[in-house]
Design a protein around this ligand. Structure first.
Ligand code: X2X
Length: 333
């Protein structure tokens, strides 16, 4: 028998060293994302992990942590942690990065885009490249852009049909630009972590919130806590899959190519499932008992006019040149 040829101790040694070799070769990278584990963000991140495991024959793995767990629940802190290499990978959205890189707010200026073609002309075009360069200066390599989506407003008080309907509503928002937009509408905004928002809605600490239908509202069952939704499309929020520069620089070219390809495929998939869920979303939400209001072009124009002060303030903040680059990309769509 084999045991007769190689002594038991020797066999144990051979097995142990084989295990050590494979343990040393396998690396698990940590990816932080700040929504729950049912969203398209999570699905995109998991897809990326599957593709990486496949491309590296299992040598590299990605472990996805939802709810900004790796940043102690602080969704705005993730980008900075990736920048200094404390987290390897991140899936986060533009608005979350604005404390670190205010220019990221350019993507989400109120009423910047008419449709997805215009959106794609910015994330996949020159503006996406410019923002990637700026993030690189902070130690974050953007591998690919995905989609949170057009953010729609929900609340428990009344249907929102005009800017006046927003007056006095206590609105949870994610980031600083949305505070200004809500103030322009006469609402009463407060910044809050997403991971705390569902409880806040349930307990009536706030009246409403705003998020994309397919990526977040449906998968996180916001419809269980809200009565009214208006498809006002007031701001578009892209997400991105980023890696810390320190980790990236430690890769050889072959590994970089594998990561790039996996990120491209995972974010294309993530964008697709977000758009699909959004397309069927209004019908789904109505079935769930949500009162959905779809404003006319004229009504949307009234919201656009009312939010103009916030647009102007943030256009100034991100810089006229950057805004011009977005407008040029949009015009070419
Ligand atoms: O916190 C939000 O509202 C969310 C999930 O959309 C973002 O991360 C911006």
């Amino acid at each position: 028998t084999f045991g007769g040829i190689v002594g038991k101790t020797a066999l144990a040694t051979i097995l142990a060293s084989a295990m050590m070799v494979s343990a040393a070769a396998a690396e698990t990278l940590r990816l932080s994302q700040n929504t729950g584990d049912t969203t398209t963000w999570q699905k995109g991140a998991e897809k990326f992990g599957e593709l990486i495991a496949e491309a590296t024959g299992g040598d590299m793995k990605v472990r996805v942590f939802p709810n900004a767990q790796l940043a102690g629940g602080d969704q705005m802190k993730q980008a900075e942690m990736v920048g200094r290499g404390a987290i390897d990978l991140v899936v986060s959205s533009a608005i979350n990065v604005t404390p670190l890189v205010p220019e990221m707010a350019a993507f989400s200026l109120p009423y910047l885009y008419a449709d997805y073609a215009e959106v794609d002309a910015t994330t996949q075009g020159e503006p996406g490249k410019i923002l990637s360069e700026i993030l690189k200066e902070k130690g974050i390599i953007v591998l690919a852009w995905g989609e949170n989506g057009f953010r729609e407003v929900t609340n428990n008080v009344r249907p929102i049909k005009t800017p006046e309907d927003m007056k006095g509503l206590r609105m949870r928002v994610a980031g600083p630009m949305y505070i200004d937009v809500m103030n322009a509408l006469g609402a009463n905004p407060q910044q809050m972590q997403w991971s705390e928002t569902l409880t806040a809605l349930q307990q009536g600490v706030v009246d409403g919130q705003e998020n994309p239908i397919g990526a977040v509202i449906i998968p996180q069952q916001v419809y269980e806590m809200q009565k009214y939704l208006t498809t006002w499309h007031y701001s578009y929020d892209p997400i991105f899959l980023g890696i810390s520069q320190a980790k990236w620089d430690s890769f050889d070219d072959e590994t970089k190519a594998k990561f790039q390809a996996a990120a491209d495929e995972a974010m294309a998939y993530q964008r697709e499932i977000s758009r699909e869920a959004t397309a069927s979303g209004v019908a789904f939400l109505r079935e769930k008992g949500i009162d959905v209001y779809e404003p006319s072009a004229e009504e949307l124009a009234a919201f656009k006019a009312a939010t103009q002060p916030a647009f102007d303030k943030w256009a100034e903040k991100v810089g006229p040149e950057l805004v011009a680059s977005f407008e040029a990309a949009i015009a070419s769509a």
